[in-house]
Design a protein around this ligand. Structure first.
Ligand code: ADP
Ligand code: MG
Length: 915
């Protein structure tokens, strides 16, 4: 096994039916439990399947093997429901074949068919991969259909060999990545939705801490649930009352006549853990914790109770939740008015934003399917809600407000899938957070939290808005109108020329095209009208003319969307002449989306009902309307694209890179910047085109190196770069000299370095001079929570200038490569459209793809800065690269496990899983 400690960490995760189990490595303390599992927990038949009918001693042998003193080469993982060990999976490295481990599985009979074995296997696959195991093998009986099903469903391309009624199964761990991940996703989705049912569709509810005092949180929620007409039994828990506001009250949770699915907690923070424990022990399935101000100790105890008793929890510090499905009708929140039933799912981290959003949606007339105020998000998160809405059959629009991300990579993966079926909109909160100050590389300086979050939203297909207003304005369009064509070609029509021009400007600013319109359309309009886009109908346009004109316009092939801007005029004062009336008498839904800008409207956006009963979104300002159309266009583009494939980076030598990285970190436990030679080796292992760089520790060596490169005297020249550990930018300090053509120049330059840098100087790097080309920066920086962010931008000595940059989160797709290069301001320099010859874009894509793969494979690679990569028509070469390593635990963001909120973490500062 490699030197990496196998990350067989403790975790909680969901079974297929939504039950929470704890997974933890087996140790000497678990001997009794393992014995019980194999003896009492399994029938004779199950044991025969597991041990091929071998002796009665088999359970004890299993317990001895798994729970003896720790052995290298053995990974053993148990699944616990409360205090009971319900399953076990282990693997033990074989002497032969290499990198192969013998796998064994056992699940207690009464826990069969709930996904225990699969969950254990997923975690064992993860640990095995990290420990350098490449294959699991297991002997199974041919008739053991259950275990064959487990292997078949796993998602890895297994092989089977049959002999004498036994089947030898071989599971390759490092293959079938995407298929395996999709299979894991699908299991995760089902389990998640199953676990959320008690929370989002409870059959019965209790409010714990319902006070008699009107206006208290508990009392308010109780009253709201009652007035909302909750479909199931509702009870209050209060030691001092028999009845509160018409609801029967009981002194404690255990005194309730029946166990509620959901308990809403409005007790003081000190009481939360004990109440949660009492709920769990009674069999409550979900909690909404309204209480705020929990200390770390209370948080920890709350989460322990929830995990042990398999309860999902919303909050703490939640405003509550609402489910409008007529079969449930649960209004368990104390923020606003019970939302009208509808199709928008809303989840917010801040209660205040929740109130604002709900009231705007209500005012606009968009109904809500379910609403959850996530509060401090100890457990239930935006990711859970996306999966719920994806499956609930009622939601066709998701609105999220997130201030923090627990596992953004898992979230992005979910969102990428969900956004293909419903629009997901978010307010991007926290933009103003200052960037990383004093970053030592240009790549790190470019990776501000804003850039990182933007990359996340964009790659996940989420519509990110900058304010609540913008969110609601975009939602209004997406909810009521069809999507535009992906080109986003808008016809702007106005009855006042100046207004049309403003609207055209607003469209251009968000990248919407204004296509040319056929001149014949002008015949439909009054004399003096102009059909150059923006169309000026003149104030004299009559209702019939406008109606016919719009009808003709929507049929135009060149038009993907229509923006109609109307100003009330004296002519329109006669109702029969009113152009707005004419607009509303037409259909609300046409071939293309239509948005109205009504300049006398007082509110930013509202729906106007058309004669056919449909609605048109009407904005008071064309900037808002254009922005909404641009969001719709972005979504249309995304849906028009075929799902992209992972960026291609063939022939990356993972083993060499692994041993280089491990070697460096063993020698330098605190990590740091790699020296030039190790940098070159690492980059070469991943096929990154670093120019030949020869190390020279003194003047003579430098001369020899330059001669060795066979450059001097052959019309090509060399670059000499002074090196000392910890150096940051070299040329500003005079540590880079380019274009040296003779031995004498190399000598004098080296001497200069010696004089200038004195004892600090360790040596120098000699490189051939690269042919001039376009200098770009390419780099990657590892975010602890978001993972690797790949950056490309204008480079070389221009890199310090702020900043022509584009960034995406790894792993990159082929489309990411295309869009990130295309969106650079310097893109025309690369494509040859400004006179210079086109550069080898395939070579640039390859650099980015390989950087993405390298950082994705090795979380220890915290920073890599290739600057410049010199691009030419015939290829790309990097002449300056810096790489920084740091010890980081391997973390698989896609491993199925429930979150461990930072506030409730057992070991503060532990990095085993991100907060
Ligand atoms: P630093 O970025 O630390 O200042 P570099 O090694 O990037 O130092 O060198 C600075 C600039 O010198 C580069 O941006 C590039 O323009 C030029 N340069 C450096 N090495 C070479 C080389 N081998 N061939 C061509 N130009 C080079
Ligand atoms: Mg440089």
């Amino acid at each position: 096994m490699s030197t990496v400690h196998p990350p067989l960490a403790t975790a909680e995760a969901l079974l297929a039916d939504g039950t929470t189990v704890e997974l933890r490595p087996l140790g000497p303390d678990d001997h009794r439990a393992v014995l019980d599992l194999h003896a009492a927990g399994m029938s004779e038949e199950s044991r025969r399947m597991r041990f091929f009918g071998v002796s009665r001693n088999a359970p004890r042998q299993a317990a001895d093997r798994l729970c003896g003193p720790p052995r290298t080469g053995l990974l053993a993982l148990g699944a616990w429901a409360g205090e009971e060990l319900i399953g076990e999976a282990d693997c033990e490295l074989l002497d032969e074949p290499p990198e192969t481990a013998e796998l064994a599985l056992a699940v207690a009979d009464r826990w069969h068919h709930r996904g225990v074995a699969t969950l254990l296997l997923e975690h064992l696959v993860h640990a095995g991969r990290a420990a350098g195991i490449r294959f699991f093998e297991a002997d199974t009986l041919g008739g053991n259909h259950a275990v064959h099903q487990v292997f078949a469903d796993l998602g890895l391309p297994i092989e089977r060999r049959y002999a004498h009624g036994e089947v030898r199964v071989r599971v390759p761990l490092d293959e079938g990545d995407e298929r395996y991940r999709s299979a894991v996703d699908e299991r995760g989705r089902r389990a998640d939705v199953a676990s959320l049912a008690a929370l989002l569709r409870p059959a019965s509810v209790a409010v714990v801490g319902a006070s008699r005092r009107e206006g208290s949180v508990g009392r308010t929620v109780l009253t709201k649930i009652r007035q909302g007409g909750f479909a199931g039994p509702l009870r209050a828990v209060n030691p001092h009352a028999d009845e509160i506001g018409g609801v029967p009250a009981y002194p404690s949770v255990s005194a309730l006549p029946a166990v509620p699915d959901l308990a809403v907690l409005a007790v003081p923070s000190g009481a939360v853990p004990a109440v949660a424990e009492e709920c769990g022990a009674a069999g409550v399935r979900a909690l909404v914790v309204l209480t705020s101000g929990l200390g770390a100790q209370e948080a920890r105890r709350l989460m322990r109770a929830c995990r042990r008793h398999s309860m999902r929890v919303v909050g703490p510090n939640s405003l509550g939740m609402a489910q409008t499905d007529p079969a449930v009708r649960l209004d368990a929140e104390f923020g606003g008015a019970f939302p009208r039933p509808g199709t928008a799912g809303v989840a917010v981290q801040s209660g205040g934003v929740g109130i604002a959003l709900l009231s705007r949606l209500a005012w606009l007339g968009i109904g809500v399917s379910s609403f959850v105020s996530l509060g401090d998000k100890y457990d239930v998160s935006g990711n859970d809600l996306l999966q719920w809405w994806e499956a609930d059959g009622r939601t066709d629009l998701a609105l999220l407000h997130l201030e923090s991300f627990g596992n953004p990579r898992a979230f992005a993966r979910t969102a990428r899938r969900v956004t293909r079926s419903i629009p997901v909109l978010t307010v991007d909160a926290g933009r103003s957070t200052a960037g990383r100050r004093g970053a030592a590389s240009h790549t790190a300086a470019a990776a501000t939290p804003t850039v990182t979050r933007e990359a996340l939203f964009r790659q996940a297909g989420i519509t990110a808005t900058r304010s609540i207003d913008e969110l609601v304005e975009a939602a209004a369009l997406l909810h009521a109108q069809p999507l535009p064509g992906p080109r986003g070609a808008v016809a702007v029509v106005s009855n006042a020329g100046g207004i049309g021009i403003l609207a055209a400007d607003a469209c251009a600013e968000v990248g919407l095209e204004l296509p040319e319109l056929p001149a014949e359309l002008g015949k439909l309009l009054p004399p003096g009208a102009s059909v150059r886009n923006p169309v000026d109908t003149t104030a004299a346009v009559g209702p019939t003319e406008l109606t016919f004109f719009l009808r003709a316009l929507e049929r135009e092939e060149a038009v993907d969307a229509i923006l109609v801007c109307l100003v009330p005029t004296a002519l329109g004062a006669a109702p029969a002449q009113d152009p707005v009336r004419a607009l509303l008498e037409g259909p609300a839904r046409r071939r293309v989306p239509i948005a109205a800008v009504l300049l006398d409207q007082q509110v930013p956006v509202r729906y106007r009902t058309c004669a056919d009963g449909g609605v048109l979104p009407a904005y008071s300002d064309s900037v808002a309307a254009a922005r909404a159309l641009a969001h719709a266009r972005d979504r249309a583009r995304r849906l028009a694209e075929a799902p992209s494939v992972p960026a291609d980076a063939p022939d990356c030598d993972r083993r060499t890179a692994r041993s280089l990285i491990d070697g460096h970190l063993t020698a330098h436990p605190d990590g740091g910047w790699l020296d030039p030679l190790s940098t070159a080796d690492l980059l070469e292992a991943y096929g990154l085109p670093l120019t030949s760089s020869v190390w020279a520790r003194d003047e003579e060596a430098a001369v020899a190196a330059a001669n060795g490169l066979r450059l001097l005297g052959h019309e090509r020249k060399v670059a000499l770069k002074a090196y000392w550990p910890g150096q940051v930018h070299k040329s500003v300090l005079g540590a880079v000299r380019t274009g040296l053509g003779t031995e004498a120049e190399v000598r004098s330059t080296y001497r200069e370095f010696t004089e200038r840098f004195g004892a600090e100087l360790v040596g120098a790097v000699v490189q051939p001079m690269a042919e001039p080309g376009v200098e770009l920066l390419a780099g990657v920086v590892q975010d602890r929570i978001f993972g690797p962010l790949v950056v490309v931008g204008a480079g070389g000595t221009a890199a310090g200038v702020p900043a022509d940059r584009s960034a995406r989160l790894a792993p990159l797709s082929e489309r990411d490569l295309t869009t990130m290069v295309a969106e650079l301001r310097s893109a025309p320099l690369l494509s040859g459209s400004v006179g210079a010859p086109a550069v080898d874009l395939a070579a640039l894509r390859s650099v980015l793809a390989r950087l993405s793969r390298l950082a994705d494979d090795f979380p220890e690679l915290v920073e890599a800065d290739l600057n410049p990569v010199i691009l030419r028509p015939d290829g790309a070469v990097c002449v300056d690269a810096r790489v920084r390593l740091e010890r980081r635990p391997s973390f698989d963001p896609y491993l199925r496990r429930l979150r461990r909120p930072a506030a409730a973490s057992d070991s503060p500062g532990s990095t085993a899983s991100p907060p």
